[in-house]
Write a protein that binds this ligand. Structure first.
Ligand code: AMP
Length: 235
């Protein structure tokens, strides 16, 4: 795994459709730069599991593969970004997913993360991990997640040694509730309809950098690091 870089990085937004590999890349970025990964999907799943008020409101929407309301998600992200651990920088994985969320994030960063010492605006670097539709379907329908620690396998590309058992901790592998085929199609449609415009929004501002997510995973990581370090992600 990549060594940890000692420099700090500005906010990083990882865009990409479900199954593009955002989670994997976000973990590697977090490790290299020592900044937290903030995955709205993970935060929402935690809330569903703990049956919090937010979790109860989000559960059925998530099970259908639709997007949770902008207000709920923005409030959740706003709370999380107040954490001291976010001061040196952070990676948003799965957020923003709508034009309204992107606008909210710009305003939030402007107010909460304005860099007074340098009198400059805090702007995220946005990386789009791009993978074609058929490849995404295979990745998502084949995905199995370990119940204990969330280790991820794929029955088509990276099967466990023993069927339905995690190689690393022996726990049971399950299909995530929203990785069933009919839900996957809904999630991919939601992405095309609501999240593509977010990529276009950042593209128009010259802040979007695209990485081919169908390349081998380590190559994708190397390209993501190159974009971060080459395009102003470093403070
Ligand atoms: P993910 O793990 O990122 O694929 O997210 C799983 C599900 O959580 C999505 O299908 C949505 O229902 C919900 N979700 C995650 N992030 C967001 C977001 N930024 N806005 C709205 N809903 C979200």
């Amino acid at each position: 795994m990549a060594e940890q870089a000692s420099r700090s990085v500005g906010p990083i937004v990882l865009l990409g459709s479900p199954g593009a590999g955002k989670g994997t890349q976000a973990k590697r970025i977090a490790e290299r730069y020592g900044i937290p990964q903030i995955s709205t999907g993970d935060l929402l799943r935690e809330n569903v599991q703990r049956a919090t008020e937010l979790g109860v409101q989000a559960r059925d929407v998530m099970a259908r593969g639709e997007l949770v309301s902008d207000t709920l998600v923005c409030d959740m992200v706003g709370d999380r970004l107040q954490g001291q651990d976010c001061l040196p920088g952070f990676i948003l994985d799965g957020f923003p997913r709508t034009a309204a969320q992107a606008g909210w994030l710009d305003a939030f960063l402007e107010h909460e993360f304005f860099d007074n010492s340098h009198e400059r605006r805090c702007r995220p670097i946005v990386i789009l991990i791009d993978v074609d539709y058929n490849q995404l379907l295979l990745r998502l329908t084949g995905r199995r997640t370990c119940l204990a620690n969330g280790h991820i396998y794929n029955v088509h590309f990276q099967p466990p040694r023993e069927d339905e058992v995690c190689d690393l901790d022996g726990s049971r592998l399950v299909i995530r509730n929203d990785d069933r085929e009919e839900v996957i199609r809904e999630r991919l449609t939601a992405y095309e309809r609501q999240t593509r415009p977010v990529a276009e929004y950042y593209h128009r501002q010259g802040r979007l950098f695209t990485v081919d997510g169908s390349l081998p995973v380590d190559t994708v990581t190397a390209k993501v690091f190159q974009e971060i370090e080459g395009h102003g992600g470093m403070a």
